[in-house]
Design a protein around this ligand. Structure first.
Ligand code: PEP
Length: 260
């Protein structure tokens, strides 16, 4: 990796989505062990269902792996039945939160404005905050991918650069059509989109923008991870399906560590 973001430590983040029970947490120990063997050249994070966050943090076999959440409410507390605030997730032991995942944007009609409020909540609670953006297949076919992604980026990130410092905000570019489908964007498309996002972040937020790690997400697997992670301005990956098993997640951590 080279350029402004070449010095950024890679991050491999898993997203278990609505999968997993207490009995599945042994997988985290296997991943922790595998990550330790990769000699810690990449940061590793696992975003779990909320029910598993606290029990996961009580394990002694996680190594350096951090535990995160998959969504939060924008408010710190209040009459929001069934929701969880960023402060509650932090209290449970999470150190990071994903906001604006395309599954939530689609299922709950989450707008950029709402995602931005959630991202601000993540920062308020002291969580590293992963903001997801990405175009649909129709938008890409219509030649609108760049426009859509930059609009989402501008609308979903916390407004004031002064409110966040280097490393607190992470962006995940996840083309919607590549999530859970086995399809990945071509290396050229990823390179182009990440370069555009880097340029925009630097011009909007200066040094804080330079420090934003840009993850790629969408069917990242052991056999495509090295090629995707070698792309300039790709500072890591957000991994869904392949994060559920150590045998598919550890090789992705290894690929990131080898290229770091
Ligand atoms: C995701 O959940 O963000 C994701 C990228 O999923 P998958 O790796 O399964 O495509």
């Amino acid at each position: 990796m080279s350029g402004v973001s070449g010095s950024l430590r890679p991050l491999i983040a898993g997203n278990w989505k609505m999968n997993g029970a207490l009995g599945d947490l042994g997988v985290l120990g296997e991943i922790g062990e595998g990550a330790a063997e990769a000699r810690g050249a990449a940061d590793v994070l696992m975003c779990l269902p909320a029910t598993l966050i606290h029990p996961a943090t009580q394990r002694s076999d996680l190594g350096e792996m951090a535990i995160g959440a998959q969504d939060c409410h924008a408010a710190p507390s209040g009459a929001h039945t069934g929701d969880l605030s960023a402060e509650m997730l932090k209290d449970a032991g999470a150190t990071a939160v994903i906001v604006g995942h395309s599954e939530r944007r689609a299922s709950y009609e989450e707008s950029d404005t709402r995602v931005q409020a959630k991202a601000e909540a993540g920062l308020r609670a002291g969580l590293k905050t992963i903001v997801c953006v990405g175009e649909t297949a129709d938008e890409r076919q219509a030649g609108l991918a760049d426009e859509v992604v930059l609009r989402q980026l501008k609308g979903s990130l916390p407004e004031a650069a002064g409110d966040w410092s280097r490393g607190e905000i992470i962006v995940a570019y996840e083309p919607v059509w590549a999530i859970g489908t086995g399809l990945t964007a071509t290396p050229d498309d990823v390179a182009q989109m990440h370069a555009r996002m880097r340029q925009a972040l630097s011009s909007w937020f200066g040094e804080a923008g330079d420090g934003v790690r840009l993850l790629y997400g969408g069917s990242v697997k052991p056999d495509n991870a090295a090629a995707l992670l070698a792309i300039e301005d790709v500072n890591g990956a957000l991994v869904g399906g392949a994060s559920l098993k150590a045998e598919t997640f550890v090789p992705i951590i290894e690929a990131a560590s080898a290229g770091a």
